[in-house]
Design a protein around this ligand. Sequence first.
Ligand SMILES: Cc1ncc(COP(=O)(O)O)c(C=O)c1O
Length: 563
Amino acid sequence: MACNGVTGHCPRSYVVLVDESSCQSARGSGSSAWALAHESVFLRFAVEGAFTELNGTTYIEHLAHRYGVQPEGALNAFISRHDGQLYLDERVCLNTLAEQYGAPLEVSFLPLITKQIVQMHTYAEAARLAAGYQGSFVYAYATKANFAEEVVRTALQSGAHYETSSAADIIIAHQLWRQGVLRANQYMFCNGSKDLGYRKAILALREAGHEQLIPIVDDLDELAYLSSHCQVPMQFGVRVRFDIGDVDPDHPGGERFGLTHSEIDSAVAMLVGTPHSIVMYHAMVGSQIEDAHVWKIQLSSAVDRYAALAHRIPTLRMFNFGGGMPTDSYQLDFQFDCQAFLQTLMSALVDACAQYGTPHPELVGEFGRYTVGSHTVYLMEVGAVKPGRGGAPDWYLLNGSLMVSLPDMLIVEGQQFIVLPLNEWHLPARPVRLAGRYTCDTDDFYPRPGQPPLLLPNGGEGTILAFFGVGAYQQMLSGRGGAHHCLTPEMRRITIEADGDELVVRETPPQHLSDIMSLLGYNNATLELGIRRGEQNAERSIVRSFRMPVKRSARMWKRARPV
Ligand SMILES: Cc1ncc(COP(=O)(O)O)c(C=O)c1O
């Protein structure tokens, strides 16, 4: 077979992906660079070795073989399937929503945010007991992951504290504080390099009376500014700047944040004799960390330095390990023992604090992806199937844009998303590649080069695919409400919130072409949009909502009455 030359690693399934004649012809024209590149595409599809023998293998069998999941019941912590229908958090039937609203569709289920926050507190409490840790655990939501009002409000109301990254973030927090959504006892940790606008927003909120505001110093200049301009005592954090060798090589940008050890000493000296104090040591290692052991090693010197510093300055009372907590939002079989990680970190702090005779600190984590990754799903429909060339897998062309909806697929190397069909799991599985139909961009496809094709049911046109784990960063990077690549309109949005014993369901219509045109400066009064202006306005103004009891099955929504 053509695959015999694949460096001894030849999954048997290769034969179903690339037939001999197509491989031979690619090799036959081997003098051409294109042909070589073409061949390497085949090889890249083959090397993963993740495919079962596909002849007749159904999609259900493939999932069982690849992920060890059954077609009925839980597929992971937030996706399940019952009576052949796919559910988000056991309560939202995606098949029903697709029938009712069609695709593309965005579904956001806010109770999943609460669930994540409660779950992490449970892990932390168990870890505290096991490690004999006397400090408390502080969960902060890193709002940069998703700034949507309903998301931030849900996180705060579920007991999260607030982590900010910009002046705009503080302006939002200021308003939430005035409204009582951000309460007086909820911390605000202000990270990032602070320009004048950010500094002034911090000062305004602190001087307005919010005492639990903690700017985390990124350079000495901002410390000098804030400490000299603030009329009331301010609590500060210092972020440690890791050496280049200690920074995750996949995210070298992390090296620029924070203060070196000698700058931290200068910061301490600068606040002597002022009403201000340093209360927090911040040691963020990276993002999407998947190896708890490596994480612990990277944090160990910071733990030691925290205890030594706390011995010198008794105001220091918080250790912040920052963001980076991984989530099961992106891979069906992803495992990370959060409780074990927290327990290991707490044990290290217990030892270091014993050595220096200092109290156990409040342990702070800033959770972005972990908090909001799982709560949103996109549904897109296969509008056309186009054969792949030269034996490469066929294209499933979707009624959306992948690069607009899932920008991390381009930005984060190796980024995965969980993609599951709503129906037809009994059909034979086939390897396919997904492409967005709403752009004509060669890069608008998934999986990315170097990754194997997806295996999906052989359902072709009309198949609706659910893209899970899209609640963090995707909309912020894409620019929610903006004009997108090739003017791809944003999809209809269904937002489901808990309100006491009821779920409130809100429908927001898809982004209208005339709104996109206005953003770009066109006079939409004279545009030929192919839809009557009255109809357009009527559609745009529909923001429907209805209520239903929490316990009622999501399938009943069809019959629920709008309020
Ligand atoms: C300072 C800080 N905290 C928290 C986060 C959130 O990280 P994650 O989404 O990995 O939890 C980030 C992400 O960039 C960050 O820079």
